[in-house]
Write a protein that binds this ligand. Sequence first.
Ligand code: ZN
Length: 345
Amino acid sequence: MPLFSTCIAGSLPKPEWLAETQKLWPQWKASGDALLQAKADATLLWIKMQEDAGLDIIGDGEQARQHFVHGFLEQVGGIDFDNKVKMGIRDNRYDAMVPQVVGPLTLKGRVHAMEAQLLRAHTHKKIKFTLPGPMTIVDTVADRFYGGDKAGRVKMAMAFAALLNQEALALQADGVDIIQFDEPAFNVYGEDAADWGVQALERAAQGLTCTTAVHICYGYGIQANNDWKTSLGQEWRQYEKVFPALAKSSIRQVSLECFHSRVPMDLIALLQGKDVMVGVIDVASETIETPQEIADTIGRALQFVAKDRLFPCTNCGLAPMSRAVAEGKLRALAQGAALARQRVA
Ligand code: ZN
């Protein structure tokens, strides 16, 4: 792979013929077999767009899941999806309608076989696949079975981790090169993340021989997240709590938010020995970054991570954005990385 190989964090906007646009929990526009076909078509479309933009690592754009957590949960037994309840998530940052855990957790079958196999069949490049991390899942469901206390949360996280591991091993068998677990909750519950979140994450990645990754961000560019960020002060030091535990873990890559955020760049130094997916694209702004801005962010990160361990990435998923803006940002990402390569040559 080239120096500064580029990839997206995970999600991309859904075309308007697949689902409602610019929403985090969009309604599908079709059902049954027509919906399955539409999901596959949208996945193919974004494989092509990522390749044309010049990205080095290709993802499925999460076109087949309504939301990055609930897409997985739809295949989990022991969950009541018909009776969702309103719950404050991410430490009550915003309310979401969440399904309830009502019994022992099991996997009903494969979750992402269709997209993973489609991805493998239609690109020769390395492919990355995302799954929600156990701690973030626990923070996005209502617990009616594990007791609702801290011990219950840990137990439930480990149960979800075992299921995630089943799907991750199957994705690896499908030919996925990088399996990434998304753990935005690590930035909200730093002590718990270091205490048991990383352990649950390692359980989810157990036995994988492909590259493993974790994505930790400050969320999608939605209003509730933007408001939360303004409350975090001049320096965002949330990563400081969990990075040391991650540095000691078996997870190989860490994806983090950098551009337009108040994360002190030197926190990257806490990730000694890890590949770092540096967020160089803002997902909370419609403005498309210039190649110069992107190469500048890469340059700043290079003070703290070796160049062969730096992977330029988006700060988070692009799902709630407009398709045109997302396409522009993909092209900018590839152009910015190319410029950074020239600068270090
Ligand atoms: Zn994210």
